[in-house]
Write a protein that binds this ligand. Structure first.
Ligand code: SF4
Ligand code: FES
Length: 268
């Protein structure tokens, strides 16, 4: 058991003009999670502390926050992994704070919904399952793991500037269907990705990949979507699908130029 010095950024819009820091001393075991520390504060020191959590086991994605400057799930960070006895907790950046550590996820989910995160297939229903080879399934396996915690999107500098960028999480979830051999909405999704606030806003900072509690290779997925736009085709486990056809309209051709910081922007 040791004493942790915990600094939490607090904000109650009914009482405060702006956020402020409050300090707490908490006894913690090395095997405690940051979530345990926060709940100890809430239950024994200050019941007004507001935070969001549900499963407490890294599954639901509802307790993402900034822990010592890095986005993480509070239920996945153990006290013994902290580098000092001081713990700094803030809400995720760039989303409106509702209270204390709770942010308004609506802009995040609006971006998620905009990429059509569901299977599109207008083919006549088959009499059996829509079959897929193991290689075709493996093509998008990594991006099926997303739990929509927003740790990636709110760690992304282009998203911090006005929240116009669709964000890495939305691209991950577009990737999950763009590279699914059963899907017929690839052309529409690629058009959404090709928007001026779409996939080309990525600056390859890799903050998203480092923040993801599911270990998804987010920057790789973003680059694969960019390549699908540039080539007009997707490759899935040995299967090449040309983007075109009834629903799969070819993405608008790009005439962009490489920018000095490594990004490529479409000419709007
Ligand atoms: S890609 Fe990872 S960090 Fe981003 S929302 Fe999904 S699980 Fe969270
Ligand atoms: S509480 Fe569900 S992921 Fe942490």
């Amino acid at each position: 058991m040791k004493i942790l010095f915990v600094k939490i950024k607090r904000y109650n819009p009914e009482l405060d003009d702006k956020p402020h820091w409050e300090d707490y001393r908490v006894e913690a075991e090395p095997t405690d999670r940051v979530l345990d520390v926060l709940l100890r504060i809430k239950w024994h020191q200050d019941g007004t502390l507001a935070l969001r959590y549900s499963c407490a086991h890294g599954v639901c994605g509802s307790d993402a926050m900034r822990i010592n400057g890095f986005n993480s799930l509070s239920c996945k960070v153990l006290v013994k992994t902290l580098e000092s006895d001081t713990l700094t907790i803030e809400p995720m950046m760039a989303l409106p704070v509702i209270k204390d550590l709770i942010v308004d996820m609506k802009p995040f989910f609006d971006s998620y919904k905009s990429v059509m995160p569901f299977l599109v297939n207008d083919d006549p229903p088959p009499t059996t399952e829509r079959l897929q080879s193991q290689a075709e399934r493996a093509r998008y396996d990594d991006t099926t793991k997303c739990i929509l915690c927003a740790a990636c999107t709110t760690a992304c500098p282009p998203f911090w500037h006005g929240q116009k960028y669709i964000g890495p999480a939305a691209i991950v979830n577009a990737h999950r269907f763009i590279f699914d051999s059963r899907d017929r909405g690839t052309g529409e999704r690629l058009e959404i990705m090709n928007d001026v606030d779409g996939v080309w806003r990525c600056r390859k900072v890799f903050n998203c990949t480092g923040a993801c509690p599911r270990g998804i290779q987010i920057t790789k997925a973003i680059i694969e979507v960019q390549l699908a736009l540039l080539t007009g085709s997707t490759e899935g486990g040995g299967t090449t699908r040309v983007v075109g056809g009834d629903r799969q309209r070819r993405a608008a051709p790009l005439t962009g130029t490489a920018e000095a910081d490594g990004g490529i922007m479409p000419n709007a």
